[in-house]
Every structure is written in C-alpha cells, then in structure tokens.
Design a protein around this ligand. Structure first.
Ligand SMILES: Cc1ncc(COP(=O)(O)O)c(C=O)c1O
Length: 365
C-alpha cells in the first residue's frame, strides 16, 4: 500500500469520472481567441483610477461579508432588491453554491438530478458530478435551440432540482427562443431554472421579465465576459427567500475585498469604458461575420455572443492545431466526437486579431 492509498476509499466516486480543468498551454505571443474573454485591457486612465480605488482597501481587515456596496450597485442596476443576490468568485462558484444548496435528493430518489441542454457550458455537469448529483444532458435541436419535447420528457423522467439554460448558449452562441424558455419555466414549477446571462451584454436580451413572471426562475450574471475575467466576480439573482437560504451555504469571505472594490469601481465609474468595449466587440462581430461566411466549406452558426460556433469541413482538431501553429489559438470540440468533431469556437478579438484569425483559418482548411 502506498502512503497515499488511504484517501482512495474516502473519495467521492464521481470524481473518478472527472478531469481537473487545465486549459491548453498558450504559446508565447499567440492570439488568444479560445476563452471568450474581452480582447481589450482597461485604458491607462482607467487603470490609474482603479489603482486609487484599490489603494483605499483596508487589507488588514476581513472583507465585508455581504459585499454591501457592490451588492447594492448591482441590485440598483438590475432593479432588484439587494437581498435577492448571491455573489461569488465568478459565476462558477455561484453554480456550485446553487447546486450544493439543492443537492438533497427528492423524496424517494437516491440522488438529486440536474438538467441542461447539450452542448452547453461544461461546468454545470462537472459541478453537479463533483457534488454527487446526477447530471442529464438533453441534445439541442438542429438549430441549437431548446428541443422542447425531449426536454419536457426529461423533466418528467428525471425531476431535476436545477435546470441550467444559458442564453446566449456557450458554445453554440445563439439565444434560445423566449417561448421555449418560458415553457420550461412553467413546466417545472418545483425546479430552480437558472437562466445564465453570461453573454447577455452581446445579445442585448435579458430575462428580468421571465424572472418576475416565474417564482422558480433565477438569473446568473458575471463580469468575466465584459473585460474583467481576472476579477472572478459573478452573482445569481434569485427568487425572494431562496437567496436567503442559499446564503447559508456561502463561505462568508468568498469575495475578497480587492475584488469587491475593483468590481464596484468598474461597474460604476468605469461603466462607460466597459460598455464601449462591448460595443466594439459587437461591431467587430458584424464586420467579421460575412468574411467568415465567405470562406468556402465553413458552416458559421448565427451568433448573439462574443464568439462564433463554426463547423469546418473535416476535423476541428486538425484545423485548430494548424491555426495554433500559425499563432492563433481557438477552442476545438473535436475531442467530444460525433457531430462536435467538426466544431470549433472562436472568440471575437480586436480588428487585427480577427484579420489574423481569418488568414490563419483560410490557410488551415
Ligand atoms: C455560460 C457560462 N456561464 C458561466 C460561465 C462562468 O463564468 P465566470 O467566469 O463568471 O465563472 C461561463 C464561462 O465561460 C459561461 O460560458
């Protein structure tokens, strides 16, 4: 027996199925269009004012447990009560918090279950498994919209505690039809349906109206995609009462004081600069979209996000490796096999980056 064998029997068995998230190494100097980040850093002026805001943080004190100032600023922007928010270290942590709070199996069931369409954001499945819950994916329809009949059947069969619906969806980039989102919400009144708005800044579609209409709706939001991925700040807007229950499962100091102060400064004083960067990304998306579509053999799915979902004629693994060798890193889905073997996801970059991406892509097909 090796000195570390003691832990194997104690380990949650589901972890055997999982691999730790390790992004592929980025070659030095490469153009990074693989992670749906903003290509624009803050301006020097914005960094200066941010540095001043951070210099005022009392590092010798524990952070504000409730992130009061940030919470109030977000709540005011969304027109919701501050107590309906649960904040976390990126929406990844909020996903874990929501699942952890709802991980109790329904009466008579051995495990709590979680439902989502596929393909979608991988952390829904990963986190559910890591918490001992049972994830179930329901394939999207041929236009990557919600497949309502199979979803309804899965709701009846699995009785999930949580459903995740990202709209725009990652990696497909499209919005789901509003009437289908509403149908899931009304068909699953005793399930928390999380409408993930991570990419809403690029679609202009938000789901406050659905959240007001359905007491089982939650919205998930993040600053990561609008230029602040390094901050690790995200939150859920939950039905009144639900947030208070979930707060009990949150580590008191999950949002450190520097992240709180930085997010507050960025979402208030620096808001115009963040909004302008989003507009530049949307404009670039519009400029590059027809150029991508003009490339022979590509199938470019209509996108409402800050990335494209592209099918190449043969193997996305081969094409993405060839692009990487030309200095452009994109995200290939070839490892998923099946219909995804030809798919890759390409983030919108700066004009120069996008031009380099187009050349690398043309040369790699
Ligand atoms: C749909 C969706 N939700 C949530 C996240 C996680 O974002 P965060 O950086 O806030 O953890 C991502 C990140 O890629 C995403 O694509």
């Amino acid at each position: 027996m090796s000195p570390t064998d003691w832990f194997a029997p104690l380990l949650r068995p589901e972890l055997a199925e999982l691999t730790a998230y390790v992004p592929a190494p980025i070659p030095p100097g490469a153009i990074r269009l693989d992670a749906n980040e903003s290509p624009w850093a803050l301006s020097a002026e914005a960094r200066g004012s941010l540095a001043e805001a951070l210099a005022r943080v009392a590092l010798h004190r524990y952070p504000d447990v409730r992130a009061t100032a940030l919470r109030e600023a977000i709540a005011a922007g969304e027109g919701v009560h501050p107590d309906t928010l649960v904040l976390g270290c990126g929406s990844d942590e909020v996903i874990a918090l929501v699942l952890n709070a709802l991980s109790s199996p329904r009466a008579g069931a051995a495990h709590a279950t979680v439902l989502f369409p596929t393909p979608t954001f991988v952390m829904y499945r990963h986190t559910a498994l890591s918490l001992g819950m049972r994830p179930h994916g329901v394939p999207l329809d041929e236009r990557f919209d919600l497949a309502l009949d199979p979803l309804r059947a899965a709701l009846r069969r699995h009785r999930p505690s949580v459903v995740f619906l990202a709209s725009p969806n990652n990696p497909t980039g499209n919005l789901f039809s509003r009437d289908r989102l509403a149908a899931v919400l009304s068909d699953a009144p005793d399930t928390l349906v999380v409408l993930d708005e991570a990419y809403a800044a690029f679609s202009g579609e938000r789901y406050g109206d659905l959240a007001r209409a359905f007491p089982n709706a939650a919205r998930l939001q993040t600053v990561s995609k609008v230029g602040l991925a390094a901050l690790r700040v995200g939150w859920a807007i939950l039905p009144p009462g639900v947030a208070a229950a979930f707060e009990k499962a949150r580590q008191p100091y999950n949002l450190n004081a520097l992240s709180q102060a930085a997010a507050l400064h960025c979402l208030t004083a620096l808001r115009p600069e963040l909004d302008a960067a989003v507009q530049r990304i949307v404009a670039e998306r519009a400029r590059v979209d027809p150029l991508l579509r003009a490339i022979d053999g590509l199938d470019v799915h209509p996108t409402a996000a800050n990335f494209w979902w592209i099918a190449v004629p043969d193997d996305a693994g081969r094409v993405s490796s060839a692009m990487r060798a030309r200095g452009v890193v994109v995200r290939s889905f070839h490892a998923h096999g099946g219909a995804l073997a030809r798919r890759m996801r390409v983030t919108v970059g700066t004009p120069e980056e996008n031009d380099a991406m187009l050349s690398a892509l043309r040369a790699s097909l």
